[in-house]
Design a binder for this molecule. Sequence first.
Ligand code: 13P
Length: 255
Amino acid sequence: MNRKITVVGNWKMHGSKSHVSEFFAALGAHHFKESASIQMESVVCPPFIYLDHAAKLLEQNPKCELGAQDVSAHQAGAFTGQVAATMLAEVGCKYVIVGHSERRQFCQETDDIIAEKFLAAKSAGLTPILCVGETQAQREADLTASVVVGQLQALLAKAGAAAFAQAMIAYEPIWAIGTGLTATPEQAQQVHGLLRLTIAEYDATVAASLPILYGGSVKPNNARTLFSMPDINGALVGGASLNAQDFLAICDAAL
Ligand code: 13P
């Protein structure tokens, strides 16, 4: 086994209890391909409210891992509406997305808050998936490198590169999210390479084994070429992850 590809489905605020049931039934019935050289792991992140239902379905047929879309930076207390990392772990989550661009944009999450969330997730034994990515205007102004590296800095300053052991990064160019515009495999590879190099300047061992996922209009027809790039270790999939057939086709494209 020399490569691992992780496919994470971020359902965002979509779905229903019956959608969860149907989706996991389709997953349960699917025969995942196997390969001697590539390991594929799939993760589904439904809205908080459906995690417990999904976890119970997965108990009967553990075909994928479960993740959450956000987590509180706090352990417990008077934080109405927030969900603690320990609670996510208790219902069976293994992963949690932190710093998604939609939370940065609509919930005013700063790099500092995101770093706190990342560390809260780690202290509960969850694997955080830190999202970074530039806007269209930033790309056009040639700011992509400084934006994505800047988004890692708060965490590197707080916790060093060691924080990235048992963690993942997802590069999601904002202009590619939900737009049908995918970064080309070469554009994505360039940023992934830079992210790995940035971590390697602090800790080469952590950097070498750090999974870096690509997100932004990943579909069954473009997943394979993205996965063929050396620093692309998987995908964070939005829209296509809601449809079990599309999600499974993306998983199969890893092998
Ligand atoms: P789309 O795959 O719908 O572009 O969404 C990407 C995303 O934001 C995943 O977190």
